[in-house]
Design a protein around this ligand. Structure first.
Ligand code: C2E
Ligand code: MG
Ligand code: MG
Length: 597
């Protein structure tokens, strides 16, 4: 039973249209009291109170549920006689709408009590001051609006503090909070929880070669694909960079997370359009299970991270379950890092040299210098692992300088059996090239060793050619100006094999071992290999095939027009002394591996 006072309608007509309207619910069973307040409210000038009047509490509660009121005026002495109880019920029905309690003149004690029950304010009926009534209602509405804005701002602030702005996913903070809650619940209900640590493989390559906007786009796509695989009760968060953590609730059987990982790996490796071309990226994932692999979020995430590293070291694009033994891998890494720092002071490194053979002439084309280091336990550390640590820690700069000086010094005196100086290949990592003073390091090594510049060939990777907005290119060109040769190493493995050639005139490309090792099994690789050799020939660039291990590979490469090779078939890397012995011999051991002519 909704009654609108005619006085409101009359006042309405006299008002300009733009003034704010405030919908108000009036719950009042005394007709005179209702008339009194409606008359007063209708006199307001700056706002227009849109009053809906009901006579009983039940009607009021219904109206509250259905309507959209900014304020409730509630009589505390309704016929239904519920007093403060009525107030409590109205609060429940409309938690966010401010309620003004109305009491009779002799009942201010009750009015004060009403504030404690959640009323915003109170009015004493028949108050002779209309402005006070207006103000009370408007203040209640205004205060409510401010509180609502504040709550909204807090929600916004909380959102920003708990979410990653790039992908819109929760961040580490939100993840750990949620994981903590889930773990507490799971410990009571004896359930298992899966924590997955996912890292995009070779993300840096994409970022470096296609630029940061493409990298960002890729991360958003990966985030979407992960979300697409998960159930609604699972959670994914971005930790930063290309790292994501996932939480699988209520893991039923032990291989469940493995199945999810398999789906994630498939989803992520679907082609992804970036900068107008399709790229395929992969990810590696580590799994830790609560409670088996850890009892708190920090331990679980750390162990899942360790398992992810393990998956990477097994060859990327796969997942791995955490095991205690993996921790020894991490501590070994720390040990290596410390050992490496010590080795710089003690010059504990060595170089091995691997011959490159020119099969057309049967002679040595050059040698590649490869870094060797015996770690803290005196066993040789795998060079790629060593280089990775050196790059991450920045130790690559002093180590690289040592390599450059040593290779030039040792190699300067070497001549092939025909008396021609041997070309020395030295590997240079991207971080070295990003250092503008690196050209100086090269110039000094040449000067001090008296090695002719054209006998030095720097092996750089495709991705480093396109990196760092040209710093690298400038460095490389400065080195070329010294007369030094440039080779592109591991050619064909990056995303930019051909554009590397466009940006830089190089002397040599080194065809990556992965193409050679599939010969003659996979026809796709054969086609690519033949194509790359053809392009290099067109450009007048020398091609050296890496990792040639058997005669079948040798013969196919020869057939395709690649005549320079390096690999175990001809010679393994050896010490400077051994190489000198070979060079002084009339017939070196690799002669056995040459094709019968
Ligand atoms: P890379 O430049 O592609 O060097 C060739 C790698 O293949 C060497 O591994 C070599 O021992 C190995 N290899 C040669 N022939 C064969 C073969 O027939 N079969 C197989 N399976 N492998 C073969 P190594 O010495 O472990 O070096 C690995 C990588 O570490 C190098 O790849 C290079 O990228 C990097 N590296 C080595 N020395 C240095 C250095 O002084 N500075 C920098 N920045 N990187 C270096
Ligand atoms: Mg190399
Ligand atoms: Mg290589």
């Amino acid at each position: 039973m909704t009654q609108l006072m005619s006085a409101t309608a009359i006042a309405d007509a006299a008002r300009p249209a733009a003034i704010p309207r405030i919908p108000v619910l009036l719950v009042e069973d005394e007709a005179d009291d209702a008339k009194w307040i409606e008359a007063i409210l209708s006199q307001a000038r700056e706002v227009h109170f849109d009053i809906t009047h009901v006579e009983g509490l039940e009607q009021g509660l219904r109206a509250l549920r259905d309507g959209d009121f900014q304020c409730v005026l509630l009589d505390l002495s309704l016929e239904e006689g519920e007093g403060l109880n009525a107030l409590a019920r109205a609060r429940v029905a409309a938690a966010t709408v401010p309620i003004i309690a109305m009491t009779s003149q002799d009942d201010e004690v009750l009015a004060l009590e009403a504030l404690r029950y959640g009323a915003q304010d109170y009015l004493v009926k028949r108050d002779p001051e209309p402005r006070l009534v207006h103000r009370t209602v408007r203040h209640a509405v205004e205060r409510h609006r401010i509180l609502a804005d504040l709550a909204q701002a807090r929600r916004q602030e909380h959102y920003l503090a708990t979410h990653d702005s790039l992908t819109g996913l929760p961040n580490r903070l939100a993840y750990e909070e949620q994981l903590r809650r889930t773990l507490a619940y799971s410990s009571r209900s004896n359930k298992e929880v899966g924590v997955l640590f996912l890292d995009v493989d070779r993300f840096k390559n994409i970022n470096d070669t296609l630029g940061h906007p493409a990298g960002d786009q890729l991360l958003r796509t990966v985030a979407e694909r992960i979300r697409g695989v998960l159930r609604s009760s699972d959670m994914v968060a971005r930790l930063g960079g290309d790292e994501f953590v996932l939480m699988l609730q209520d893991v039923k059987r032990e291989h469940d997370p493995g199945r999810v990982c398999q789906k994630l790996i498939e989803a992520i490796s679907a082609p992804c359009a970036l900068e107008g071309s399709d790229y395929r990226v992969t990810a590696s994932i580590g799994i830790a299970l609560y409670p088996r692999d850890g009892l708190d979020p920090e331990t679980l995430v750390r162990n899942a991270d360790t398992a992810m590293y393990h998956a990477k070291s097994e060859g990327l694009n796969r997942f791995s379950h955490y095991s205690e033994a993996m921790n020894s891998v991490v501590s070994r890494r720390l040990e290596l890092e410390n050992g490496l720092r010590g080795a710089i002071e003690e010059e504990g490194f060595g170089l091995a040299y691997q011959p490159q053979i020119d099969l057309e002439t049967g002679t040595l084309y050059g040698v590649e210098a490869l870094l060797r280091w015996r770690g803290p336990d005196r066993t040789t550390v795998a060079t790629p692992e060593l280089i990775a640590i050196a790059e991450e820690t920045g130790l690559i700069h002093p180590i690289g300088e040592w390599v450059m000086r040593t290779a030039c010094n040792e190699g300067a005196a070497w001549n092939d059996p025909r008396g021609r100086g041997v070309k020395i290949g030295v590997n240079v990592s991207t971080r070295q090239l990003a250092d503008p003073s690196f050209a100086l390091v090269v110039a000094r090594a040449l000067r001090d060793s008296a090695l002719p510049p054209d006998r030095l060939e720097l092996e750089i990777t495709e991705s480093s050619v396109l990196q760092e907005r040209g710093i690298t290119l400038t460095t490389v060109r400065r080195i070329q100006d010294l007369g030094v040769r440039i080779a592109i190493d591991d050619f064909g493995t990056g995303y930019s094999a051909l554009s590397a050639l466009k940006h830089l005139s190089v002397d040599t490309i080194k065809l990556d071992r992965s193409f050679v090792s599939e010969i003659p099994k996979r026809s796709a690789d054969m086609t690519i290999t033949a194509g790359l050799i053809g392009i290099a020939r067109e450009l007048g660039v020398a091609v050296v095939a890496e990792g040639v291990e058997n005669r079948a590979q040798r013969d196919v490469l020869l057939e395709r027009g690649c005549t320079r090779m390096q690999g175990y078939l001809f010679a393994r890397p050896s010490s400077a002394a051994e190489l000198e012995t070979q060079l002084s011999r009339g017939i070196p051991t690799w002669a056995r591996a040459l094709p019968a002519s």
